[in-house]
Ligand binder design. Structure first.
Ligand SMILES: Nc1ncnc2c1ncn2[C@@H]1O[C@H](COP(=O)(O)OP(=O)(O)OP(=O)(O)O)[C@@H](O)[C@H]1O
Ligand SMILES: Cc1ncc(CO)c(N)n1
Length: 269
């Protein structure tokens, strides 16, 4: 039976990141996507120009509407903006006993805009990480969460240990921001698994983190173990970056449907 997967995140008007990237990723994975919108951003491939946060009351009502009616097989959490937003989401996840929770601790957009109020960083770590099946920080986010500097794979492993101590069941530190190969490191409290791909030379990496975390959530919803869910998601994001789209004047989005379109003969349309 088709699984239902929820994203709790911000809207990206240009369609490359946030809710829009998440729903496309869910569709590409054959799961039924649902959304709780935490903020509306005016954004394109060149920057973020305005943000309207949704009130905690309306966020809570969106979660009530979904969880009171529909079985949710996995939840991906992206942009969460404010302290009260985070507290509301954490309380509702507990109330409804949500499972397979993927926390992407979105902090700053590629263009440098603070999508998470810096005053809420500690709240995110305290309230959401203990509920996470897996947390997926990029290197700057892992540096903020740990206070450690990360310049090498060994530094990534050390940071993963520190983040694990905050309560998530698994930590995936993404290596997109280091030079050379793009290696993501998974830590389950016992051992490290490295997921390595060659660095793809492209400027079009808008929404890579959103796409990866949504693919992990979709894979978990189908019952895959965490290591397999991450391995398949890493393959998916690598193909999506390889065939990323030159849309707009700045950092373009990834291609969510490359393999599907190829198999259907739709690529040249
Ligand atoms: N140039 C690249 N070539 C290959 N893989 C990449 C490249 N850039 C990022 N990745 C991969 O994409 C995924 C997302 O990593 P990244 O570090 O870009 O996340 P992020 O900074 O959170 O993204 P976002 O800006 O969407 O928040 C990881 O699996 C990473 O290894
Ligand atoms: C709404 C939204 N969420 C996440 C990201 C990731 O950087 C973004 N650019 N915009």
């Amino acid at each position: 039976m088709m699984k239902n997967v929820l994203t709790i995140a911000g809207s990206d008007s240009s369609g490359g990141a946030g809710i829009q990237a998440d729903l496309k990723t869910f569709a590409a994975h054959g799961v039924f996507g649902m959304s709780v919108i935490t903020a509306v951003t005016a954004q394109n491939t060149q920057g973020v120009f305005a943000v309207q946060d949704i009130t905690p009351e309306v966020i809570a009502k969106q979660m009530d509407a979904i969880f009171s009616d529909i079985a949710v097989a996995a939840v991906k959490i992206g942009m969460v903006s404010q302290i009260e937003t985070i507290k509301t989401i954490a309380a509702k996840l507990t109330e409804y006993g949500a499972i397979n929770i993927v926390v992407d601790p979105v902090m700053v957009s590629k263009s440098g805009y603070h999508l998470l109020n810096p005053a809420a960083e500690a709240t995110l770590a305290l309230e959401l990480l203990p509920q996470a099946t897996i947390v997926t920080p990029n290197i700057p986010e892992a540096e903020v969460i740990t206070g450690q500097t990360i310049a090498t794979l060994a530094d990534m492993e050390a940071a993963a240990r520190t983040i694990f101590a905050l309560g998530p069941r698994n930590v995936l530190i993404k290596g997109g921001h280091l030079d050379g190969d793009s290696t993501d490191i998974l830590f389950d409290g016992q051992e490290f698994v490295h997921f390595k791909s060659h660095r793809i030379e492209t400027k079009n990496t808008h929404g890579t983190g959103c796409t990866l975390s949504s693919a992990i959530a979709a894979n978990l919803s189908r019952g895959l173990p965490v290591t397999d869910a991450v391995a398949e998601a890493k393959e998916y994001i690598t193909i999506a970056i390889e065939h990323s789209l030159t849309i707009g004047k700045g950092v373009g989005p990834t291609h969510h449907f490359y393999t599907l379109y190829k198999n259907a003969g739709l690529l040249d349309q």
